[in-house]
Ligand binder design. Structure first.
Ligand SMILES: O=C(O)CCC(=O)C(=O)O
Ligand SMILES: [Fe+2]
Length: 299
């Protein structure tokens, strides 16, 4: 069933009384074969089928060093730590995420504008794009906690008001992502079904959910069914490698109990033709640093 509120049709109902699966109503690749960009047609087909695209070396070793230094600077700056954009680990109090890095750091702003990055996003989404969210997820060693299974779009739809699945993320490794230090896991093909989750969104949900999610969580039954059907793929790669993934992929990552930090920068591009409206299933919008309200296209 689709419902209409404030003249916007809700294609993807979620956070009601029960969990409900809805077939995807949107394309994965919005560009046409003529849309210019660095992604091959074969890779676009694979992205459509699997929901992700892995790139061995998106940025070279010299450049990686620059980003690593910037990451170090941001995570050790006391002013950044105090900023509301920094999220700390509940136990160790170490920095877990820093949001809006493309606004607090010229180095990361430049990465966003890099044609290897924004060019792919434009090509896949078939339009100009803006940044809906950016963050570094630091995942230091010795016990940093993981991210439980979720679809990003479920949250962005429910809490940020993105109407359509016209949003793509890239996760760029700034430290090596091994098969042991809490790398990203995706269920290939899961992006073709939207899993609406059971349970209303609490007010100010985001404050807790950034440390530990408790709304928008798929049931064990749904995850078992999806994992059995799709399998689970783990992404590994050297610093400088990248994973592009569709906004509706079922994904997550485990804790990092190794001594080796797993620090990645995530950039979320949304089409300028899909700008945020009011949240579909939450009492209030999340703050702009988590779900942007400035829709200026990246140039
Ligand atoms: O850092 C990770 O492994 C996953 C992060 C994630 O899914 C998110 O930030 O939405
Ligand atoms: Fe996510």
């Amino acid at each position: 069933m689709t419902t209409t509120t404030t003249n916007v049709t809700d294609l993807y109902p979620t956070r009601g009384a029960t969990e409900v699966a809805t077939p995807r109503q949107d394309p994965v690749v919005w560009g046409s074969p003529d849309t210019p960009g660095p992604v091959s047609q074969g890779d676009l087909q694979a992205l459509d089928r699997d929901g992700f695209l892995a790139i061995d070396q998106l940025i070279g070793p010299d450049e990686v060093e620059v980003y690593q230094r910037e990451l170090e600077r941001l995570t050790t700056d006391p002013a950044i730590r105090e900023d509301e954009r920094s999220i700390v680990e509940p136990q160790s109090k170490e920095i877990r995420s820093v949001f809006e890095v493309h606004r607090i750091s010229e180095v990361f702003a430049k990465l966003v504008r890099d044609e290897r990055v924004v060019g792919r996003a434009r090509q896949i989404l078939g339009s100009d794009v803006y940044v809906h969210q950016s963050r570094i997820n630091v995942k230091p060693g010795f016990g940093a906690s993981g991210f439980y299974w979720h679809s990003d779009f479920e949250t962005w739809h429910a809490e940020d008001g993105l109407s359509n699945m016209r949003t793509i993320s890239v996760s760029i490794a700034l430290t090596e992502n091994y098969d042991t230090n809490g790398g990203l896991m995706i269920m290939p093909g899961s992006h073709k079904t939207f899993l609406g989750c059971a349970g209303a969104t609490p007010k100010d949900n985001y404050k807790k959910s950034l440390q530990m999610q408790d709304a928008g969580i798929p049931s064990d039954e749904a995850l078992t069914k999806m994992a059995s059907e799709y399998g689970v793929k783990l992404f590994t790669g050297k610093a400088g490698s990248a994973t592009w993934f569709d906004c509706n992929c079922m994904h997550g990552s485990g804790d990092n109990i190794t001594p080796f930090p797993r620090s990645n920068v995530f950039i979320v591009f949304n089409s300028v033709e899909n700008t945020a409206v009011e949240p579909f299933s939450a009492p209030i919008r999340r703050p702009d640093f988590i779900g942007a309200r400035d829709f200026t296209p990246v140039r």
